[in-house]
Each structure stands twice: as C-alpha cells, then as structure tokens.
Design a protein around this ligand. Structure first.
Ligand code: PGA
Length: 257
C-alpha cells in the first residue's frame, strides 16, 4: 500500500512571519486529514520556526537542499545532522532548479541522498527531462541515467526509504502540466526501473510524486493514475487556498494505491 504524499516546495519565498502565517492556516484546515501525507518545504531560514508551529501536527517538514558533509569548511552549506537537529524530516534533493542554476549533478545528488539517509532524513529525489530532450525522444534515456547515477550503490533497504519526484522541467512553473497519461508513462518507467534494480516488492513500496504546474483542478486526475503517488507542488503551495484544495482533491483518489 502506498499512501499519497503531497509536498509543497516553497522555493525562495516567504519570510519567517509569512511562513508561520501560512502553516497556521494549513494546520487548521488539515487537522482531520489522515488519508494522505502532507509536507511543507520552507526556505532554511523559516524551518526552525515552522517546526515550532507544526509540532505534533499531521504536517511533515522538509528542507529544499542539503550538503553531503556533516560539518567543516564549506561556507554557506547546511548539513543533514543540522536539519535533523531542528526537526526536519524530509529533504528535496536534485531539484531541476538546483541542477540548472547551481551545478547539481547526478553524482552530487547521489552523495546528498546518502548523507540524508545516514542522518535519518527522507530524501525526495527529483528527476526530469528538458523540453528539447522530450522532443528528441530522449526522455527515457535521460530519466534512466538520472535514476541509475543518483541511486548508485544504494541498498534495497535504503531505496525503500526514498521518495522519487518526477518533474518534467518543461512543466515547472510554466502552467504546462504533463497530461496524466504522459506523466503515468514516465512513472511506470521509473517503477519498472525499480523492479529491475531491487524486485517487485520494493518497487511496489516506493512512492513516486509528479511535479510541474500541479493545481487544484488537475491533482485528482494525476493521482488517479496507477503509478502517481502524489505531487511536489511549487507555485500553488504558496497560497493557502490552492494548497488546501490540492490536498483535499488528492484525497478523492487516495484509496486505490
Ligand atoms: P510548480 O513547481 O508547481 O510551480 O510548477 C514544481 C516544482 O518545482 O517542484
């Protein structure tokens, strides 16, 4: 059984006060929701305060990146033990914006996943193809390589702890969502990859989120697909009303996984 998981990736948005305001509203509106897992990923500067607000609630807390060393002379970086220390449970790793603007590679993603797991954080590992790669029919080659290299040397037990997010880069922040069928096709490819890697039982356990222009009116159909187990939501997670609707609409199809 896979429980749907909806995570909000706030990116470079929200001061601490704005973050607290937003999560107070979520806490109130999500109090009765048990059908799906809910996570918010504020910027580093708001994590500790958001943790205080979320406390024993049913909303999980995630960071948007992590460095692979625990400590040392790495100016500007934040480590997995530091995140763990302030109550963070999840961490987004290898988001396409980090790959595009900050030199993230499958190799650094691999190191970060290992570091996160070592500290007991749950990685949300992102993969996704560029528009020109899709148009050149290279989607599966690109995703296959990202999966192979990002998950290199991970044991079956470690893989079982990971969440994968498939985010076609051309759909992020563009208002262009992949159709449910397009997304399902890649999700199925990812699950088949997991079957080959560690067998059917493991593949059936790993949750694969879709990301890219997820909105209240497309979430239900996306999660109705057999291999889509939730969403990583950017823009629409920054406003109370749209994120609440996304979470509630995802519940409509939560029973079937
Ligand atoms: P978007 O971003 O929902 O704004 O397209 C998704 C993401 O980058 O995770």
């Amino acid at each position: 059984m896979r429980k749907i998981i909806i995570a909000g990736n706030w990116k470079l948005n929200k001061t601490s006060l704005e973050a607290i305001d937003l999560v107070n509203g979520f806490k109130r509106d999500f109090v009765d929701i048990t059908e799906v897992d809910i996570v918010v990923c504020p910027p580093f500067t708001a994590l500790a305060e958001v943790h205080e607000v979320l406390n024993e609630s049913n909303i999980g807390l995630g960071a948007q990146d992590v460095y692979w060393e625990d400590s040392g002379a790495f100016t500007g970086e934040v480590s997995a033990p530091m995140l763990k220390d302030i109550g963070v449970q999840y961490v987004i790793i290898g988001h396409s914006e980090r790959r595009q603007f900050f030199g993230e590679t499958n190799q650094t993603v691999n190191k970060k996943i290992k570091a996160a797991l070592k500290s007991g954080l749950i990685p949300i590992a992102c993969v996704g193809e560029l528009l020109q790669e899709r148009e050149a029919n290279k989607t599966f080659v690109v995703i296959g390589k990202q999966l192979e290299e990002s998950f290199a040397e991970l044991t079956k037990e470690e893989m079982a702890k990971i969440i994968i997010a498939y985010e076609p880069v051309w759909a992020i922040g563009t208002g262009k969502t992949a159709t449910p069928a397009q997304a399902q096709e890649v999700h199925k490819f990812i699950r088949d990859f997991l079957v080959k890697l560690h067998g059917k039982e493991l593949a059936a356990r790993v949750r694969i989120q879709y990301g890219g222009s997820v909105k209240p009116d497309n979430i239900a159909e996306l999660v109705s697909q057999g291999d889509i187990d939730g969403a990583l939501v950017g823009g629409a997670s920054l406003q109370h009303e749209s994120f609440v609707k996304i979470v509630k609409n995802s519940c409509l199809n939560s029973a079937k996984k």
